[in-house]
Design a binder for this molecule. Structure first.
Ligand code: NAP
Ligand code: ZN
Ligand code: ZN
Length: 361
């Protein structure tokens, strides 16, 4: 199937127009016309090969919202015209303990990511999966999600990654009423963490490096704001948090944050894959604290999160952009200059295509 999108050709290159072939739809496949795709910081880490292992040409995008254009003979859950979503996963082994538990993100044989993964079945013209900064995508129905009708489709796009990545640990560690919860970093993930923790009934504190974001954090549902660069304020808040969700996108010293936890408190890392430093075992040993990690969410939990959003009318705060502005949006995301997620309007892709064709003449 012919497709058109934007790709990076190397770690140094900007994203630019790219024509490619998607696989021919299989009987289990849903063909989707993409309407919107969010820009996750992970798209940028991968485009710039900051985590290593990016295969080029690379088409980013795993916060996909679209309409079903066609379904294969064996598809039972979807029909043409349905509003659907696709997140970070498009396949997994389906028979390991994690897959049985609906935790495909922890597939013991390795999940197939929406981009930069090998198609485990084969038959894809392009050896590696290509993401959602494109006009179309073809996905097995098991990895397609239904979007509640009452949610704005553009603002729902980032739920597919930023949403479930924050919802999942809040649920797993049973965050709720009577708890003081800190969300560290007010970006795409952090702003959803605040909304979810608030909706779950917790007392929510936004922990940010940016004092200017304080007012916004309160509008999003934070009860208080703690500036992490203010050593006095951090010292005063020591030992008071039940749970911390840490979305900082780079390696950092975890001690100042761990010290905020009460006895038996947990800090969950979702952002940094780089080295985390801590001076000693003291913040862990004294007060029996834990540090843990969490990866996106499985398909059942993603559908549960979407239902929760439908019920509580929760969507993301977004800035919609044209495809041609994607490179500027990358720089602005890295600079923390977005409130709080960029979403690409795929209706602007044909304009970008026209400009590309004109430039090549
Ligand atoms: P983002 O929109 O860029 O937000 C990150 C926020 O972290 C920034 O807005 C900033 O908030 C804070 N921050 C940035 N640099 C910092 C530093 N050096 N020290 C302290 N705080 C800093 O990114 P995102 O899309 O939310 O993603 C966050 C991270 O999660 C990325 O690394 C991404 O790859 C990762 N991720 C993980 C998963 C998973 O499954 N675990 C899923 C999706 C994304 P303040 O201005 O408020 O300080
Ligand atoms: Zn993501
Ligand atoms: Zn598996």
């Amino acid at each position: 199937m012919k497709a058109f999108g934007f790709a990076a050709q190397s770690a140094e290159s900007q994203l630019a127009p790219f024509s490619f072939e998607r696989r021919a739809p299989r009987p289990e496949d849903v063909s989707i016309d993409i309407l919107f795709c969010g820009i996750c910081h992970s798209d940028i880490h991968s485009a710039r090969n900051e985590w290593g292992g990016t295969r080029y040409p690379y088409v980013p995008g795993h916060e996909i919202i679209g309409r079903v254009s066609a379904v294969g003979d064996k598809v039972t859950k979807y029909k043409a015209g349905d509003l659907v979503g696709v997140g970070c996963l498009v396949d997994s082994c389906r028979h390991c303990a994690s897959c049985y538990d609906g935790l495909e993100q922890y597939c013991e044989n390795g999940f197939t990511a929406t981009y930069n993964s090998e198609d485990r079945i084969g038959g894809t013209p392009h050896k590696f999966t290509l993401g959602g900064y494109a006009d179309k995508v073809v996905v097995d129905e098991r990895f397609v999600l239904r979007i509640p009708d009452n949610l704005d489709p553009a603002a729902a796009a980032p739920l597919l990654c930023a949403g479930v990545t924050t919802y999942s640990p809040l649920k797993h560690w049973k965050v709720g009423a009577g708890q003081k919860v800190g969300i560290i970093g007010l970006g795409g993930l952090g702003h959803m963490g605040v909304k979810f923790a608030h909706a779950m009934g917790a007392h929510v504190v936004m922990i940010t490096t940016s004092p200017a974001k304080g007012q916004d954090a309160k509008k999003l549902g934070a009860d208080d704001v703690l500036i992490s660069k203010d050593a006095d304020a951090m010292a005063k808040a020591a030992g008071t948090f039940d749970f911390l969700l840490n979305t900082i996108p780079v390696g950092h010293d975890t001690d100042p944050y761990m010290n905020l936890l009460k006895r038996d408190g947990t800090m969950v890392i979702v952002g940094a894959v780089e080295t985390l430093t801590h001076a000693s075992g003291v913040p862990f040993i004294f007060k029996r604290r834990s540090m843990a990690g969490s990866l996106i969410g499985g398909l059942p939990e993603t559908q549960e999160m979407l239902a929760f959003c439908g019920e509580h009318n929760i969507v993301c705060d977004i800035e919609t952009i044209a495809m041609n502005d994607v490179n500027t949006a990358y720089d602005r995301t890295v600079a923390g200059d977005v409130k709080y997620r960029f979403v690409i309007d795929m209706a602007t892709l044909s304009e970008a295509a026209g400009a590309a064709i004109a430039a090549s003449r």
